[in-house]
Ligand binder design. Sequence first.
Ligand code: NAP
Length: 300
Amino acid sequence: MERIQLTEQLGFSRIVHGHWRLMDWNLSARELLKLTEQVIELGITTFDHADIYGNYSCEERFGEALRLKRELRPNIEIVTKCGIKLLSAKFPERKLKHYDYSFDHIVSSVETSLANFNTDYIDLLLLHRPAPFFDPEVVAKAFAYLKKTGKVLHFGVSNFTPLQFEMLNAYLDEPLVTNQVELSPWCLDHFDNGNIDFFLKNKIRPMAWSPLAGGRLFNPRDEKGERLSRALWEVAAELNLETTDSVIYTWLLNHPAGIIPVAGTGSIDRIKGAAGAIGKTMSLEQWYKIYNASTGRDLP
Ligand SMILES: NC(=O)c1ccc[n+]([C@@H]2O[C@H](COP(=O)([O-])OP(=O)(O)OC[C@H]3O[C@@H](n4cnc5c(N)ncnc54)[C@H](OP(=O)(O)O)[C@@H]3O)[C@@H](O)[C@H]2O)c1
């Protein structure tokens, strides 16, 4: 499969497998290993996690699978996130969901992730969400420590605005390598809020979460969903594609910003469909047909 460079040193598969819903897939460690091997066979080597996924369980389940085949680790890239403190029975002392970007929390979150994944390095650590209480000097110290000790190789953010991205970058020894944001024909926010222009200007490859809008486009419940579904099926027919998933991946992959979709399905057939979209093209008119179906109006 085609790869995409985030920096000279960091390459990802063109599509990433997202593990947010992993606990819903009800897979044993052995079954998850099998799915992971099938995914790797398709050329998808990058896996997206967060400390909090599955009520703090997904990292550990993936780690159990990796433990069954240790030779997989050097051939994959692990992305994980930190910063959100969820209310959870696992943390009975916590009384309020909040964000924590203190040195101690960032470092201890990474150390827990390393133990969960049964590995000694994370390829890419993302700050999960921007926070109103945020000290970039402290974050920079935590990143420098994690880099020096080899626990994290690269750093990025998620759901940041361009200004928040630049603000943190101004404190770091090494620039942030990506921003993981919600991007799909359903969610066009980042085409309007300056993020896409910022990515293009700075040659930053964004990661796109919920590329299929979490599945809502397949079961439209409102006018916007119905409009989009119609447009996607029309383009599918024009391109001879069997599913609208493939149309959506083609729509994302064709964009010049080098968008990296993070596919959240647990179905190997659907992952194959995602991988099959790589290298496919659509016309500008088809691209805009989908864009306009989402906004509900023609371009000015
Ligand atoms: N940084 C952040 O703040 C953030 C937030 C959310 C997510 N993420 C990351 O992004 C990844 C992807 O997010 P996502 O799971 O919302 O992605 P998604 O790919 O947009 O949605 C996946 C969901 O859509 C369903 N689906 C896929 N194809 C379908 C079809 N043809 N018909 C019906 N349902 C279909 C899947 O069900 P099946 O499993 O049955 O196929 C699954 O429930 C996550 O795993 C996580 O790694 C990051």
